[in-house]
Design a protein around this ligand. Structure first.
Ligand SMILES: NC(=O)c1ccc[n+]([C@@H]2O[C@H](COP(=O)([O-])OP(=O)(O)OC[C@H]3O[C@@H](n4cnc5c(N)ncnc54)[C@H](OP(=O)(O)O)[C@@H]3O)[C@@H](O)[C@H]2O)c1
Length: 248
């Protein structure tokens, strides 16, 4: 059986590595190609499919039997496309989504639905902001005056993205709690803006904010399509095994 993993996350990479060891399974991985580190291996492809029609066509052409959507929790479009295409072709589809972060004692979170909502409320409550939402949506904050932004992204935003006023740091997780605290302190940050991505690699900034009494504007996740969903790689492997055995 051929399984297509829609990737771009640490979990997707781990799943792909493990799944190749399953008997009677061929693994293919698809990456959006958002970072230049996304290097094609012999079982991977890079770049968009061309919407639902392109994905449907690909699934048919490559004779995919199982689809695992292990994309980032904020990559809502590809997840929706995967759900529609899989339903059309009656393909079994699983979503692998890491658990979201939950606020704990001493966290001072203000939860908002969207990046735009985060940009909307900032002027009333912040002066110096640590903006850690990746690079694609920085423009939403570009018109805000009277706030200084410390931004962090893995790679430089493309030239057409208008940046807010401030400083851009290029860095990739996992991040360390003490270094995050030093960063917040050094730049005199009063508010952190983050997506609720979940996972350990970028959680240090949330702990650092908690320990320094800094508030966090937390952008909630988009709603997932309906369907079977697991939270870790082991459960995803179990799902694949179950379907392979069911077909023998
Ligand atoms: N995608 C990632 O790897 C990734 C990683 C980390 C964080 N994020 C976060 O997720 C949010 C949205 O990101 P996004 O624009 O990448 O997602 P998206 O809005 O769900 O996807 C936009 C388009 O990118 C293509 N695409 C996305 N994932 C793909 C994959 N695994 N294989 C092939 N094509 C793929 C699809 O193009 P077609 O319609 O042409 O098929 C899709 O319609 C951002 O906030 C970003 O920070 C994404």
């Amino acid at each position: 059986m051929i399984v297509l993993i829609l990737g771009g996350t640490q979990e997707a990479a781990e799943l792909a590595k493990e799944a190749v060891n399953l008997p009677n399974i061929e693994v293919k991985v698809s990456l959006a190609g958002r970072t230049s580190q996304a290097i094609a291996s012999n079982n991977s492809r890079i770049g968009g499919f061309g919407g639902v029609a392109g994905l449907t066509q690909y699934l048919k052409a490559e004779k995919i039997d199982l689809l695992i959507d292990a994309t980032h929790p904020f990559a809502a479009k590809i997840s929706e496309n995967a759900a529609i295409a899989a339903e059309k072709l009656e393909l079994p589809r699983l979503m692998l989504v890491r658990p979201q972060w939950e606020a704990v004692k001493d966290d001072e979170w203000i939860e908002v639905e969207t990046i735009q909502a985060a940009a909307g409320i900032l002027p009333s409550l912040a002066e110096r902001v640590f903006l850690t939402i990746g690079r694609q949506e920085l423009t939403a904050f570009a018109q805000i005056e009277n706030i200084w932004f410390l931004m962090r992204a893995i790679e430089k935003p493309s030239p057409h993205i208008i940046l807010p006023k401030g400083l851009l740091l290029l860095d990739r997780g996992p991040f360390d709690r003490d270094l995050e605290k030093q960063l917040l302190h050094k730049y005199n940050i009063d508010t952190v803006v983050s997506k609720n991505s979940g996972g350990n690699a970028t959680y240090a900034k949330i702990i650092a904010a908690r320990e320094l009494g800094i508030k966090v504007i937390m952008v909630k996740r988009p709603i997932l399509p309906q369907g079977e969903c697991v939270e870790d790689v082991e459960a995803a492997l179990k799902w694949v095994r179950g379907l392979v055995i069911g077909n023998w």
